[in-house]
Design a protein around this ligand. Structure first.
Ligand code: KMH
Ligand code: ZN
Length: 279
């Protein structure tokens, strides 16, 4: 068993800056958060951008600028979200890949998302998977429901392995409309990975809102990796707001160290995920 890969998802598309002033939304805030999170133990940053009004955007120039700025200031693996917000269209989401990130997310199916629907048609998932391979971008397959495991098995069976031939998935648990964020659900997903996905598949897990801690501890117990960040939770403890993304990363790193699987470095993470610049 390896150490723990920690991904930080600092911003997301849903949290309102006006309600959560600590949310990083400008490029300067994003880079400052990234630097602090790398210091605290993160090796991947999962990026959503905001516009000048702090609303979600997939603007191609902003995406390129963000990739460059993050690479300039940190050694973090830059993973762009192709999920965007529930209002983004397929072409704009696919065009995210043109910003040449190291990694990108690829959600394995449509899921109810609170009062909205996060749409991921099969044909669109296939296009994302194939375009990422063409561009040597490593996917992180996002699983919001158990059925997404079977969808990923089908994708790999029909369309082949991703770039690098290593499969990495992330369980996104506790979304209202998706799989629950509790220990037994993490167990079901971890067993599903072993049953349906290629040997050596790695997984991380994140729990939305108050499911953060049970999901974190269960993922560590199953030898999994961790994703944390203000995309997923803005509350550190009961009646205690998160002060910054690095606070969540530091807590995840401390839990990983207690589990005898300390946070791995960005160099180790690149090797684990078979990235194009792993050596
Ligand atoms: N914002 C959600 C609708 C991803 O980044 O790939 C989708 C999401 C998943 O956050
Ligand atoms: Zn996201």
């Amino acid at each position: 068993m390896t150490g723990t890969l920690i991904t930080v998802a600092p911003t997301g598309a849903e949290v309102d800056k006006a309600e959560v002033p600590a949310l990083p939304v400008t490029l300067d805030e994003l880079v400052a958060a990234a630097v602090a999170c790398e210091r605290a133990g993160a090796s991947i940053i999962h990026v959503h951008l905001r516009d000048d009004d702090a609303k979600p955007t997939l603007d191609p120039v902003r995406l390129r600028d963000a990739v460059a700025a993050l690479k300039d200031a940190t050694d973090l693996i830059v993973q762009l979200s192709t999920g965007g917000s529930v209002r983004d269209g397929e072409e704009a989401r696919l065009a995210v890949l043109d910003a040449e990130p190291d990694m990108a997310s690829c959600t394995m199916g449509t899921v109810n998302f609170g009062d909205d629907v996060f749409t991921n048609r099969w044909e669109f998932v296939v296009r994302l998977h194939e375009r990422m391979r063409e561009l040597a971008v490593v996917p992180e397959y996002e699983l919001f429901d158990l059925g997404h495991l079977a969808a990923l098995e089908r994708l790999l069976d029909r369309h082949g392995l991703p770039f690098g031939e290593h499969v990495h998935v992330d369980f996104v648990l506790g979304v209202p409309g998706g799989a629950a964020g509790d220990a037994s659900t993490v167990t079901a997903f971890a067993e599903g990975v072993r049953r349906y996905l290629p040997e050596g598949t790695t997984f991380s897990a994140t729990g939305i809102g108050r499911t953060t801690l049970p999901v974190m501890f269960a993922a560590l117990a199953h030898g999994g990796h961790l994703r944390v960040g203000m995309e997923d939770t803005v509350s550190f403890a009961r009646r205690q707001a998160v002060t910054g993304n690095d606070q969540l990363v530091a807590r995840a790193a401390a839990a990983a160290a207690l589990a005898q699987r300390p946070a791995i470095t960005t160099v180790e993470a690149r090797k684990l995920l078979r990235m194009r610049d792993a050596d």
